[in-house]
Design a protein around this ligand. Structure first.
Ligand code: NAD
Length: 484
């Protein structure tokens, strides 16, 4: 199956921070793949803008190396790479001063789609936004893309929103959460709203509970200093896990349109109840055979920052009253595995004699590895010997189900950047959503900071602290196994 490429209009994309880690690892290699699939119209340009004193050739050389290192299989397409590099330019710029702005103004066109990717520290957002206007580069149609972290609490997120709003309308601002660019996450909406099977069951009459797990095997080494000021709640829950929770729990939007979807997500965040601290488990990994402890990685022997968190949430509305949402995420866990599992209720009554086992339908949406969806159903065990029941998965791994087309499962970043060029904000967070998410997480963080809560230790390579298991055991439930 060959996937369809929808063309976009000619564009100038300026990447502030175009020499940085994110630009070299994700943004440029992703754009190269879009170029190869024919989605970058001739005449479109990518303009790197950063502090380094490079010229155009120096930048193209840097990006050729980045594509070779991070571009995957496509990197071997030398002719393609040569053609791609011809569409790249570079301007040395100082976000905080006047250097380079006149050069940028001279090359960015006003008669094509304009997008400005702020791949720099958030402390520079205000300077960039202001100088884009004083130098008459941006116009009322320009789009800006901003990265996480969007603030570290409600107050700083509000300040950032106000800074951006001083220069750009909300319809021009694209706050990236790359989880929303994942194929399966969008498929979650297709499954919910494109099938008659699921929506009638999607409520507290049929759903027992929901589990959202994002487990990573990496530690925080390398970015320990940053992470230690953040922790799993700020780094993962406030943004990625909350977004997944919203998509799974939201009411069906009236249409598949940016504000209709974002209105529904916002209602979910606002309906989240506060959590008693007995229903939050924070953890920190110990040293293991594969690496040092969290405290060594963070170079902070007295750190109380969590590298793992598990919690039980409730959404106070008619659809979800009484249904727990269990969330967990952590570093240095036993496998790299992310999934959302909708666990349906037990049958009220079984007609099969001697069937003591509890059979349950589970819809599991896997984000990684092997993106796909599987539905656990109960069937008869084949063979003679009576009616014995077993649970089997109806598995739809995209790579199997979609054949060649699945090879083109576009990376989240490149898909989202193309959405920016198209002017589609559906998969981007709106300012009020981000603020509502902080308004919910702030009191939880403040509460454990005020108590000097000490995170529980867990073995590197495990499923997290024992207390996280107890969180579900107490409710007569258990976590799904973390499998890579
Ligand atoms: P980086 O430190 O590797 O790169 C920073 C870039 O900003 C460089 O190109 C540098 O030249 C430019 N820069 C710094 N000061 C400047 C100034 N005064 N004027 C002009 N340019 C200036 O950072 P990064 O890791 O690429 O991260 C960029 C942004 O993306 C940050 O907001 C970060 O939080 C976010 N982010 C990064 C990642 C990642 O994987 N690296 C993941 C998620 C979010």
């Amino acid at each position: 199956m060959v996937s369809r490429v929808i063309p976009v209009d000619e564009f100038d994309l300026v990447i502030f921070g175009g020499t940085g880690d994110l630009a070299r690892r994700k943004i440029l290699p992703g754009l190269f793949r879009r170029f190869l699939s024919g989605q970058m119209p001739a005449g479109s340009r990518i303009i790197g803008a950063a502090r380094s004193e490079l010229d155009g050739d120096g930048y193209r050389e840097m990006i050729a190396e980045a594509v070779a290192e991070f571009g995957g299989e496509e990197a071997s397409n030398k002719k393609g790479l040569e053609a791609f590099l011809k569409q790249l330019e570079y301007v040395a710029i100082d976000a905080r001063g006047e250097g380079g702005w006149a050069d940028l103004a001279a090359i960015v066109r006003q008669d094509v789609v304009q997008a400005f990717y702020f791949s720099v520290a958030p402390s520079l957002f205000g300077d960039l936004a202001e100088r884009l206007h004083t130098n008459k580069i941006a116009n009322a149609q320009s789009r800006i893309v901003v990265e996480k972290p969007f603030g570290r609490d409600l107050e700083t997120a509000r300040e950032l929103n106000q800074t951006l709003a001083a220069h750009f309308d909300e319809s021009q601002i694209y706050r990236i959460d790359h989880y929303l660019g994942k194929e399966t996450v969008q498929n979650l909406m297709a499954v919910r709203f494109g099938n008659v099977l699921f929506e009638p069951l999607w409520n507290n009459h049929y759903v027992d509970h929901i589990q959202i797990t994002v487990a990573e095997t990496v530690g925080v080494g390398g970015r320990g200093a940053y992470y230690d000021k953040s922790g799993a709640m700020r780094d993962m829950v406030q943004n990625h896990l909350m977004q997944l929770l919203c998509l799974i729990a939201m009411e069906p939007p009236g249409q598949f349109e940016a504000d209709a979807v974002r209105d529904e997500k916002l209602k979910v965040i606002r309906a989240l109840q506060s959590i008693d601290h007995h229903h939050i488990v924070r953890g920190q990994y110990d040293a293991g055979p594969d690496g040092p402890s969290y405290r060594e990685d963070a170079e902070n022997p007295r750190s109380f920052t969590e590298s793992f968190i598990a919690m039980r949430c409730h959404i106070a509305n008619w659809r979800w009253a009484g249904v727990p949402f269990y969330l967990r995420t952590g570093k240095r866990m036993k496998a790299r595995s992310s999934e959302i599992a909708v666990v349906f209720k037990d049958l009220g009554h079984t007609i099969f004699e001697g069937d003591e086992a509890r059979h349950r339908n589970i819809l599991a949406i896997r984000l990684q590895p092997n993106e796909g969806i599987d539905l656990q159903v109960t069937i008869k065990e084949p063979g003679p010997g009576g009616m014995r029941l077993i649970d089997v998965p109806l598995d739809m791994t995209f790579a199997d189900a979609l054949g060649d087309g699945a090879e083109d499962v576009t990376d989240a970043y490149e898909r989202l950047i193309m959405d920016v060029i198209r002017g589609n904000q559906t998969l981007f967070m709106r300012g009020d959503e981000v603020e509502a998410a902080w308004a919910w997480t702030d009191p939880l963080i403040n509460s454990w900071e005020a108590r000097n809560d000490v995170p529980k230790h867990y073995d590197a390579g495990s499923a997290g602290p024992e207390d996280a298991m107890m969180l579900l055991h107490r409710d007569g439930r258990k976590w799904r196994e973390i499998k890579g």
